[in-house]
Design a protein around this ligand. Structure first.
Ligand code: ATP
Ligand code: MG
Length: 447
């Protein structure tokens, strides 16, 4: 039997209702904040990622799915979306109509990492990018949007970490000081950090190896080396967030895994998936657009890990189900999630509203016709063509959790009296066989 390859997985129908609800909640929020959707290809020239993400990063060094196509071009399955969105922005001169462009995109990314909980080789991201705004208000607003989205999804135990990486003016002096520090710690650093020292010394700050962490505890912080402009910028981000009651933690080890970031960077962390992991990350990339051949333009964005987000939301909902059995807990949960009420409505599993049980050949053909007409009228209706008995079809209706069952045997049709049964209350009604679709429409609008 052929199965999915390692790190790749199916999202099954029992989960897609949740995925769709998250997607709807996110796109509604983006649209309300003036973002427009962009859809980009999943394959790009390898060079696009190598140049933007940076040669000395985990992604480019070992995680990309790169291959030669039949003409020998080097192509790569996208490991992230920013590079492609920037490419599209430049390619279509999107800044020409309005210097400010606010975009979002949702789709799969590919990284050849070691698969584990919350880490897949094909995973999904919800991405947003803003071009043309230098002001720190937009940095704060992106963090506000993340905060608002998580609130709407009913999530509360998340931590926003923020940092500033400085700019091309102030980073070189910081890097020099960092290198001095690293040279004194060489015997405590892992192989990776030693190798990265020349190419990308910032990355040593977020190394996960415990010995490196310990050695780096008193490493210099970018925050003490910011130029006046970067300092002001970061101060505004923080004070705006405070005024909008968005909680955050300033985290000097937050450097992010891609080369293109400058000034504000941020991550949203959770412990809900075991070890602390990031549900979202982002930051400013003011140099990237020019670097990729575009005009000098400010840029900032974030990526939410959709798979991880869906896992935390599913956990929260399961938790809610458990709590529903305990009155005081349920009350507390409800209060906390009142905000998420819209979302909870979206995610409630859809079941057929009506299940038509045809008995006999003539009835089956009619049941098919009625079902189609009701489906077209927007009423979820299901029927069955197997010719099985009333008893076994009632069982199927139960399994499908239908609200109503319409029993249409050849005899009921002849008698012009179909039986409509409310499966919750067990009440029964009669409906004539001539125009059941219209009758059901009026009936359902009434109940
Ligand atoms: P991590 O430190 O967990 O590897 P990252 O810094 O590589 O994350 P980003 O490039 O910032 O991740 O991507 C943004 C988000 O995408 C992450 O916060 C995470 O939620 C999600 N993500 C990244 N890689 C994966 C993966 N392999 N599987 C599932 N989700 C992922
Ligand atoms: Mg990673």
């Amino acid at each position: 039997m052929i199965q999915t390859i390692r790190g790749f997985r199916d999202i099954l129908p029992e989960d897609t209702a949740l995925w769709q609800a998250i997607e709807k909640t996110a796109s509604k929020l983006f649209e309300d904040f003036g973002f427009k959707e962009i859809r980009i290809p999943v394959i790009e020239k390898t060079e696009l990622f190598a140049r933007s993400i940076g040669e000395a990063t985990d992604i480019v060094e070992k995680e990309m799915y790169t291959f030669d196509d039949r003409k020998g071009d080097k192509l790569t399955l996208r490991p992230e979306a920013t590079a492609s969105v920037v490419r599209a922005y430049i390619q279509h001169s999107m800044g020409a109509s309005d210097a400010v462009q606010k975009l979002y995109t949702i789709g799969p990314m590919f990284r050849r990492e070691r698969p584990q909980k919350g880490r897949y080789r094909q995973f999904y991201q919800i991405n947003s990018e803003v071009f043309g705004i230098e002001s720190p208000y937009i940095d704060a607003q992106l963090i506000l949007i993340l905060n608002e989205l998580f609130k709407r999804l009913g999530l509360s135990e998340l931590e926003a970490h923020i940092n500033s990486l400085g700019c091309k003016e102030c980073r070189p002096t910081f890097q020099k000081e960092l290198l001095n520090f690293l040279n004194g710690k060489k015997e405590h650093l892992c192989e990776n950090c030693l190798r990265r020292m020349d190419k990308n010394p910032l990355r040593t700050l977020d190394c996960k190896v415990p010995e490196c962490r310990a050695a780096m505890a008193d490493a210099p912080s970018t925050l003490n080396h910011l130029c006046e402009k970067c300092k002001d910028h970061f101060e505004t981000v923080k004070s705006v967030l405070n005024e909008q009651h968005v909680d955050f933690i300033v985290d000097k080890t937050l450097v992010r895994g891609l080369d293109y970031y400058s000034r504000t960077t941020f991550e949203i962390l959770t412990t809900a998936l075991g070890a602390q992991s990031a549900v979202a990350g982002g930051g400013r990339y003011d140099a990237l657009i020019k670097e990729l051949g575009g005009p000098e333009t400010y840029g900032i964005g974030f990526a939410i890990g959709f798979d991880r987000l869906a896992e935390i939301v599913a956990q929260m909902l399961n938790d809610a189900k458990m709590r529903a059995h305990n009155a005081s807990d349920a009350k507390e949960f409800q209060d906390k999630n009142l905000y998420a009420a819209e979302f909870l409505k979206l995610v409630s599993i859809k079941t057929p509203d009506i299940f038509i049980i045809p008995l006999g050949e003539k009835a089956t053909r009619l049941a098919y016709m009625w079902t189609s007409a009701l489906n077209i009228a927007g009423i979820r209706t299901e029927t069955d063509y197997s010719g099985r008995s009333l008893k076994s079809l009632m069982k199927r209706a139960d399994k499908l959790n239908a609200d109503f069952v319409l029993i249409a045997g050849d005899k009921e049709i002849e008698d012009n009296a179909l039986v409509l049964r409310n499966m919750r209350t067990k009440e029964q009604y009669f409906i004539t066989a001539e125009n059941p679709v219209e009758q059901l429409e009026t009936f359902l609008n009434r109940v």
